[in-house]
Ligand binder design. Structure first.
Ligand SMILES: O=C(O)c1ccc[n+]([C@@H]2O[C@H](COP(=O)([O-])O)[C@@H](O)[C@H]2O)c1
Ligand SMILES: Cc1cc2nc[nH]c2cc1C
Length: 363
């Protein structure tokens, strides 16, 4: 469906993007949090990577008295023109259908977020419908991207508008008092756009990073890989800049989530990443604004083959290995209660001195 309505956030340019700078999280606080962990009555490093994750969060928030009680998952919803080529089992109409459920808290991520009282924030950044969906924030850039087999998915202005939309959303969340955010998305066909971007950004073959998405048979998977391979060749994507890769084969959801990652860095908000689409957005964000990765927290290993490579490239080590491939931010939200439990131990501060035991020394 064609749609004339355009909502580009502000009048941003590539120069505005180039001007963005990210400070390092506070190193002293990072060290202090680690020292605090060592005073807690437990084996040294007993909480494993949760000790460094909590230190990272303290360094980002700028305090060793860490509070992450107010949480939200930002869910970027957008359609992808490439779906016309039969790369997904379902049609674009499913994106709007699921977004409607998200608005009611009835999709998978809504059910999970409710368990721990995290807010869900569904955003229409490019759903292919003229309908304004009640309960979904209208930040539409355009009604779905173009079919990248035929032409580039979006213009430079649309890509930059979507990135700054994500940044603005983080600023708004910060003002509303959120301490930590998670990334989520909904968009039929977005495992094709993400795999195409991941292959291009990582310089690897489409076959190595492209998986079955929401569920494809062998024949359709071969077709999906072929389409990505052809696009990489047609647009010379191994030599292209990250923004050009986004414009050519990316999606508005990926662009918006890259903005959320960058916004985390600018506004000192930790951002927990979900699966393939979020991880692709994270690598894009790091390539666009170096230093962003220091504000990102991995959650799970996912099932799509690209995730492991993206994690490795960003030097992130996820703690959940559950073969999840649901999207919506489900894996990221699953990380929230784990962080809450680690933080309960940290803040509870039952110290060696409380139990009259000599603290363990570092070897
Ligand atoms: O996050 C992931 O790793 C992930 C892996 C497979 C599927 N998904 C979800 O499934 C949808 C995309 O699947 P597809 O096959 O239409 O590209 C989209 O809405 C994603 O949220 C998400
Ligand atoms: C129903 C449905 C829900 C989803 N949530 C994320 N991707 C999805 C894809 C489908 C098809």
């Amino acid at each position: 469906m064609e749609c004339s309505e355009k909502r580009i956030s502000g009048n941003y340019t590539e120069e505005d993007l180039d001007k963005l700078l990210i400070e390092q999280p506070d190193k002293e606080i990072y060290q202090k949090v680690l020292e605090n962990w060592d005073q807690i009555a437990k084996p040294l490093d007993g909480m494993g990577r949760f000790e460094t994750l909590i230190a990272q969060i303290g360094a980002i928030l700028g305090t060793e008295e860490i509070d992450i009680s107010k949480k939200a998952v930002i869910i970027m919803c957008a359609d992808n023109g490439i779906v016309e080529e039969g790369v997904s089992q379902s049609g674009q109409e499913v994106t709007a259908a699921v977004a409607k459920q998200m608005a009611k808290g009835a999709s998978s991520v809504g059910k999970m977020a409710a368990v721990i009282g995290a807010d869900t924030v569904p955003i229409d950044i490019g759903i292919n419908t003229k309908e304004q969906i009640a309960g979904v924030s209208d930040r539409k850039i355009r009604c779905g991207t173009r079919n990248f087999r035929a032409e580039p998915a979006m213009t430079g202005g649309e890509a930059i508008g979507a990135i700054f939309t994500g940044i603005e959303i983080v600023e708004d969340c910060k003002q509303k008092g959120y301490h930590i955010l998670a990334t989520g998305e909904m968009g039929i066909g977005n495992t094709t756009t993400s795999s195409a971007m991941a292959a291009s950004l990582l310089g690897c073959k489409a076959d190595e990073v492209t998986g079955r998405g929401a569920g494809l048979c062998d024949e359709k998977l071969r077709h999906k890989r072929q389409i990505i391979t052809e696009a990489i060749e047609k647009y010379k994507l191994y030599e292209a800049k990250p923004l050009k890769i986004l414009e050519t084969v990316g999606g508005l959801d990926i662009a918006g989530l890259a903005g959320v990652c960058i916004g985390g860095g600018i506004f000192h908000v930790p951002v927990v990443l979900d699966g393939l689409i979020s991880m692709t957005a994270a690598l894009l964000a790091e390539r666009l604004v170096p230093g962003t990765v220091q504000y990102l927290i991995p959650s799970h290993k996912g099932k799509e083959p690209a995730v492991e490579r993206l994690m490795r490239e960003l030097r992130l080590e996820p703690v959940i290995d559950a073969g999840m491939a649901l999207g919506e931010g489900t894996g990221a939200v699953m990380m929230f209660p784990l962080l809450d439990m680690a933080l309960r131990v940290y803040r509870g501060r039952t110290l060696f001195s409380d139990i009259q035991v000599k603290p363990y020394e570092r070897y």
